[in-house]
Design a protein around this ligand. Structure first.
Ligand code: GLN
Length: 454
């Protein structure tokens, strides 16, 4: 098939099923078909890159030139950026066809896609369940076959948890591996860009396509990008796989427990060396994360003031009222909660007790991981305590929602990499993912381990 045919088929599929799934906030058929024609021209000229003509979707947190970018928020409902961010530009350079912008929690704050101003996205495996979040649309589109691959962002699990709930592969690279230039900031010391795909090979391919140093992002790291696909077949014989004992606790959902036990048995049979390890500060991770993430969010979201871009309230009297009305109307309840929490944690008198303390605990959590990696090559853990939950189930209970990221958040605090791989189904037929955590810049090892499992 030509790229134009593949793109048309994808657009038809979106048209047919997305009214039920709501994975897309914006579909871009005209731009996609122009890019597909260009891809066909490149193929005819023999300029074929691995992504040439492949229909890709982007979380609506990636700024895209000439295409509305909402970040799931009313405040950016009509925001059309003047440039492409680095990851998007790299995909385009390699001939990928962007079919649209995907649903997400507002400003990536959430674990269920329910805080989106554009309505919840639904889990294609069971439409009464959430797809997870915040990159819910990026995962649901893979499961619904309305994108071949997508990009998401992961601040505290937002790629890995929805990938797990939707039965796809989601990778959070090491902090600094992928440029965030042109990615709307949530919590800048935690945010990373990564791929969601149907399988591990596509994950390796897409990571290779977007990774690398970028002078436009001072946090991107200048280390070479390996050929991740070439390294996939190395196998896990002799690989040391650690099971952090704090992650296999009483009360883990029985379906999740069974899937983990089966995965461990499979790795053993493939010759991996399985050991127990300890990450003693795990219990503080969620609390630490919600101080740091909200503090950074309260600073990052100060730019939405109704002046420079985004929603501006009408009929305000004076500047101060214009700011407050614009923000009151533009932000949803979860975003407001986070701004208030973060502002509180940073305010004088509380800064040392909360923010500084959280930074210290973060360092301890990071050291836990580095210590574990003296003994093992990768860690194996569940992604989420339960399979996908029902829409509205946790909406009224933010603490319950925050706890659904208990196994993914520590990896962001440590700044290292993790991948979610499908590991079976619950009794109710919902996908369950397992997590492999790697050393800093150990993406190759977790991809290889994931590939052997797949
Ligand atoms: N659920 C977490 C939060 O709401 C993680 C979100 C994310 O990774 N973007 O902050």
């Amino acid at each position: 098939v030509s790229s134009v045919e593949a793109t048309r088929a994808m657009l038809d599929r979106i048209e047919a099923v997305d009214s039920q799934v709501n994975a897309y906030i914006t579909v871009t058929p005209e731009q996609a078909l122009v890019q597909a024609q260009d891809a066909d021209r490149r193929i005819a000229a023999g300029e074929i890159a691995p992504l040439t003509g492949v229909p890709v979707g982007l979380k609506d947190i990636f700024v895209t030139k000439g295409i509305r970018t909402t970040c799931g928020s009313r405040i950016l409902e009509n925001f059309v950026p003047p440039y492409d961010g680095t990851a998007v530009a790299k995909l385009k350079e390699q001939g990928a066809v962007i079919v649209g912008k995907l649903n997400q929690d507002e400003f990536a704050m959430g674990s269920s896609n329910e805080s989106s101003y554009f309505g919840p996205c639904r889990n294609p495996w069971d439409l009464s369940c959430t797809p997870g979040g915040s990159s819910g649309g990026s995962a649901a589109a893979i499961a619904a076959r309305t994108a071949t691959a997508t990009l998401g962002t992961d601040t505290g699990g937002s790629i890995r948890q929805p990938a797990s709930h939707c039965g796809c592969v989601g990778l959070k690279p090491t902090y600094g591996r992928v440029s965030r230039y042109g990615v709307i900031a949530y919590a800048s010391s935690l945010d990373q860009v990564g791929p969601l795909t149907r399988d591990v090979t596509d994950s390796a391919l897409l990571l290779g396509a977007v990774a690398g140093y970028d002078p436009m992002d001072s946090t991107s790291v200048n280390t070479p990008v390996p050929d991740y696909v070439a390294g996939l077949g190395k196998g896990v014989k002799g690989m040391k796989i650690g099971l952090p004992k704090q992650y296999f606790i009483e009360g883990l959902d029985p379906d999740v427990k069974r899937a983990m036990d089966e995965a461990i048995a499979l790795y053993k049979s493939l010759g991996a060396d399985i050991r127990e390890v300890s990450l003693p500060n795990t219990e503080y991770a969620v609390a630490t994360y919600y101080i740091i993430a909200t503090a950074e969010a309260s600073a990052n979201l100060a730019r939405y003031d109704g002046v420079r871009f985004g929603h501006r309230a009408e009929n305000a009297r004076g500047l101060a009222q214009m700011y407050s009305k614009s923000r009151a109307e533009g932000f949803g309840p979860e975003v407001k909660r986070r701004i208030m929490l973060g502002t509180y944690a940073l305010s004088s008198g509380y800064y040392d007790a909360y923010y500084v303390k959280a930074q210290k605990v973060r360092t301890l959590i990071q050291q836990d991981f580095l210590n574990a990696f003296k003994e093992v090559d990768v860690l194996l853990t569940p992604i989420a305590p339960t399979p996908a939950f029902k829409i509205a189930e946790k909406l009224e209970d933010p603490l319950q929602m925050y706890l659904s990221d208990i196994f993914t958040i520590p990896v962001n605090l440590a700044g290292t990499c993790g991948i979610s791989v499908p590991a079976g189904f619950s009794a109710a037929g919902l996908p369950i993912g397992l997590q492999l955590v790697g050393k800093p810049f150990g993406e190759q090892e977790i991809l290889t381990a994931a590939y052997s499992f797949e």
